[in-house]
Design a protein around this ligand. Structure first.
Ligand code: SIN
Length: 314
């Protein structure tokens, strides 16, 4: 019987961290989600002897992430967070949609324990994989006294779910936190806090327990030079419930798209306006403008609008 919270649960979902290529020199032509989470843990000698539990929740390339996997993941995270002997969780995940999963778990659960997503840009079969160090750093953060909330640990940085975004398609330091910067760094097994751990109000697990086949349908369109409003018309025709628009600059929209969106809004489509810039977001309130996604990336804004629609219909 354990009398203190020291167990770390590691949930595997796939990704490049669990990927393999035919050649050790190949960091591009690999298949994600090949190795089980137990294999990833076993590859890090420094983790041996620590009170760890490993559980495979999914095994996929995160570009193929589904709402059903998110629902299962939220359930498993909530169940483990509620166990008194568990200090924190680590989730091994693909880099490509990590920020979406992070925002989903943050908004649904806002856990008081650390839930640390980690990943890799190079497959496990690489000559120099980044996954083992990231996994060790993630467990170090999950065991760190006072750590809480949904976090991402990669390349020595600890980034909050609200801030993390993938900013590079190849480099090992593929994530950034924009103007907010990291919450902490991990150096040689030490967690160096830079600002307070994230805290938030949870929507609650009940909000996402409906059959995912009946979740609101939310898409993303982009404003660009010469845009035609066919995507908005297609969204209405397909029966979507919500649409995020990736605006230019501070969330501004091409007038042709804005007119189509205004009509769609009048017909009941819920809208959210984000920025397609790689840093920053939508700042300030403009009278009459579509609802702002503020600092959320368009991909996270889609998750946010989905959750708002789910919460409103719960
Ligand atoms: C994935 O997102 O699952 C593949 C790409 C990666 O993890 O870097």
């Amino acid at each position: 019987m354990q009398n203190k919270a020291d167990v770390i649960v590691i949930l595997g979902t796939g990704g490049t961290i669990a990927g393999t290529a035919a050649q050790a020199s190949d960091n591009v032509g690999y298949t994600a989600g090949q190795l089980g989470v137990g294999h990833l843990v076993a590859a890090v000698p420094a983790l041996q002897g620590w009170p760890l539990e490993a559980e495979q929740v999914a095994q996929l390339d995160s570009k193929d992430m589904s709402h059903a996997v998110w629902q299962t993941l939220a359930q498993r995270v909530a169940a483990h967070v509620a166990r008194p002997e568990v200090a924190g969780l680590v989730i091994t995940h693909g880099t490509d949609t990590l920020e979406e999963t992070a925002w989903f778990l943050h908004r649904v659960l806002a856990p008081a324990k650390p839930v640390v997503l980690t990943c890799a840009m190079r497959p496990a079969s690489s000559l120099q994989p980044d996954g083992p160090q990231n996994l060790l750093d993630a467990v170090t953060v999950a065991r760190s006294p006072g750590a809480r909330g949904v976090l991402c640990v990669a390349a020595g940085q600890v980034l909050a779910a609200a801030d993390v975004r993938k900013v590079h398609g190849y480099r090992i330091d593929a994530f950034a936190a924009g103007d907010a910067g990291p919450v902490a760094r991990v150096e040689e097994g030490q967690v160096l806090p830079l600002r307070p751990w994230p805290q938030a109000q949870a929507l609650g697990l009940a909000c996402v327990m409906r059959d995912t086949a009946h979740w609101p349908r939310v898409g993303v369109v982009c404003s660009h030079a010469g845009v035609e409003p066919w995507a908005v018309e297609a969204a209405l025709a397909a029966g979507l419930h919500g649409l995020v628009v990736e605006g230019t600059g501070n969330g501004t929209l091409h007038q042709a798209l804005e007119a189509a969106l205004a009509q769609a809004q009048a017909r009941g489509l819920r809208l959210m306006r984000a920025s397609r810039c790689t840093a920053g977001g939508v700042v300030g309130e403009v009278p009459g403008a579509l609802p702002s996604a503020e600092l959320l990336t368009p991909a996270k804004a889609r998750v946010e609008l989905l959750l708002q629609l789910l919460a409103a219909s719960a």
